[in-house]
Write a protein that binds this ligand. Structure first.
Ligand SMILES: Cc1cc2nc3c(=O)[nH]c(=O)nc-3n(C[C@H](O)[C@H](O)[C@H](O)COP(=O)(O)OP(=O)(O)OC[C@H]3O[C@@H](n4cnc5c(N)ncnc54)[C@H](O)[C@@H]3O)c2cc1C
Length: 469
């Protein structure tokens, strides 16, 4: 990574304002504060955590959408350690994904063996019942071709993953029952709508590096307990001044080489802070609105980054219907189903499951009644124990701009952390991390932006953090 931008004409200062309290902003704030910078974090909403949060619904604590991470998400795990939240997540000892085919009624399992890559997946693949023998053999060949791709090659971003897979002998069924099973959940798009660069990043890193890389982790408590609760404690301990319900409305370079940040703290109320460094860790549209003229070369590119929705259908049954933490489905519109009973605080028996539906552009605005009519019968197909079970409650959470759309060409639209305006840095899952829009990308972006800022301030950068990430 290059380190650029001295803060010209300005003595090495040690003040920063981080705008945006999602995972990118909280990571940047912690890293800057750990290096001795006086940091103020401004977040427009009443809570931290951005797109990964929880809310109360009666006695339940509901996540806005199921979030998972993989063992290869080292930056997000750095973050969990830094906010002291390891005890609030579960990470599989060994990859285990039950995959139920609603058409045949058969369950397959994606697991790993204690063998070197790529043999660690070979046995599981050889037994995977949702593909023919020929299709299973073709997967091995495509995986080897994937392994040979150079992630640094910009040409990968010009190709869609679906065409690339088809050209490597992957049938429509293989794409649906294997590649999209993982890809839709991690990229928030089908292979046909995904950049090969982003798909290759996910599949190479998750499946073809370390044998344990794809072990799956998830929060065993509400997301808000981690990202807001523990996050806030860590920020307080690090000396960061956290201002929630505080929206940045303008960034102005000042004559001394620093920044003035106008903040709205309530209706008709506001304040202004000065700082040597500003890290803008807000979604791309908001970043575009706040960036001073000339700060990035082609600001219009930020508005060309598309977005993709995620829908969660939450169902509370009167009995246990899902015996494992989660199941993935093929042969059904249902994608992944997670048990939320314990983490939501559901009491009085029964089970709470969340159906996590990625890349559902055609469903995101459907009324709850329509989604209920569509998904309850499908859940009976995917979860045999749901047949005849009583349904106590169904509700829906919709995130219309859950992630950026990982379409081919998006790589050229994502800016890096350094702007042309000295002292102003960009962070956010949508910036150029090489990762799709994930918690991992968000934390990485925050670490990169803060490393650039520290370097510009002449402060030491703890490379261990970046290497660990
Ligand atoms: C339903 C759903 C499911 C997902 N599932 C997964 C998953 O399984 N695994 C995974 O890794 N990722 C998942 N993601 C993606 C992940 O949540 C995001 O990539 C990540 O949280 C983005 O973090 P961020 O800090 O970049 O941005 P954000 O979370 O968008 O944070 C930006 C913050 O800036 C604040 N802000 C905006 N404008 C201003 C302003 N002017 N002043 C002050 N504050 C402002 C916003 O309020 C927000 O809090 C999912 C997302 C959703 C919505």
């Amino acid at each position: 990574m290059t380190r650029s931008h001295e803060v010209p004409g300005h003595p090495p200062g040690r003040t920063a304002v981080v705008v945006g309290g999602g995972l990118a902003g909280v990571s940047a704030a912690l890293r800057l504060a750990d290096a001795g910078v006086a940091v103020t974090l401004a977040e427009a909403r009443p809570r931290l955590g951005g797109l990964a949060f929880s809310f109360k619904r009666g006695d339940l604590t509901v996540d806005n959408g199921q979030h998972v991470f993989l063992r290869c998400c080292t930056a997000y795990q750095w973050f969990l350690d830094r906010i002291d939240a390891r005890d609030l997540v579960t990470l599989q000892d060994r990859l285990e994904v039950p995959v139920y085919d609603a058409q045949t009624g058969r369950t397959g399992r994606l697991t790993r063996a204690n063998l070197p890559v790529p043999l660690h997946l070979a046995a599981s693949l050889a037994r995977y019942p949702h593909l023919s023998l020929r299709e299973r053999a073709s997967v091995g060949r495509a995986a080897l071709a994937l392994r040979g791709l150079d992630l640094a090659d910009p040409a990968l971003d010009e190709v869609d993953f679906g065409s690339w897979l088809a050209a490597r002998g992957q049938s429509a069924r293989t794409i649906e029952a294997l590649w999209d099973l993982v890809g839709v959940a991690t990229l928030n798009a089908t292979a046909a709508h995904s950049s090969l660069a982003l798909a290759a990043m996910v599949f190479k890193t998750g499946l073809l590096t370390d044998p344990g890389a794809a072990d799956i982790g998830w929060a065993s408590a509400p997301l808000g307990d981690l990202h807001d609760g523990r996050g806030r404690i860590a920020l307080d301990k690090a000396g960061v001044v956290t201002m929630t319900r505080t929206r940045a409305s303008r960034l102005t370079p000042d004559v001394t080489g620093g920044w003035q940040v106008a903040l709205e703290t309530g209706p008709g109320r506001g304040t202004e802070l000065t700082a040597d460094i500003v890290v803008l860790a807000v979604p791309q549209r908001e970043a575009h609105a706040l960036l001073p003229e000339g700060a990035v070369q082609h600001p219009e590119k930020l508005l060309q980054i598309g977005t993709a929705p995620i829908l969660n259908v939450h169902v509370i049954y009167d009995r246990q219907v899902l015996p494992q933490p989660f199941v993935a489905a093929v042969g059904s519109p249902v994608q992944w189903v997670f048990d939320r009973t314990q983490s939501s605080g559901l009491t009085g028996g029964g089970q709470y499951v969340a159906v996590s539906q990625s890349a559902v552009e055609d469903e995101i605005d459907l009324p709850v009644a329509t989604l209920r009519d569509r998904y309850l019968p499908e859940l009976e197909r995917v979860l045999p124990a749901a047949r005849g079970a009583g349904v106590r409650e169904v509700f829906v959470t919709r995130e219309r701009t859950a992630t950026f759309a990982p379409t081919p060409g998006v790589g050229a639209l994502r800016p890096g952390p350094v702007t042309r305006a000295p002292g102003l840095y960009l962070a956010g899952a949508w910036t150029a991390t090489g990762w799709p829009a994930t918690m991992e990308s968000a934390v990485r972006s925050g670490l990169h932006a803060s490393a650039e800022a520290l370097s510009a301030l002449g402060l030491p950068v703890d490379d261990g953090v970046l290497e660990a990430a």
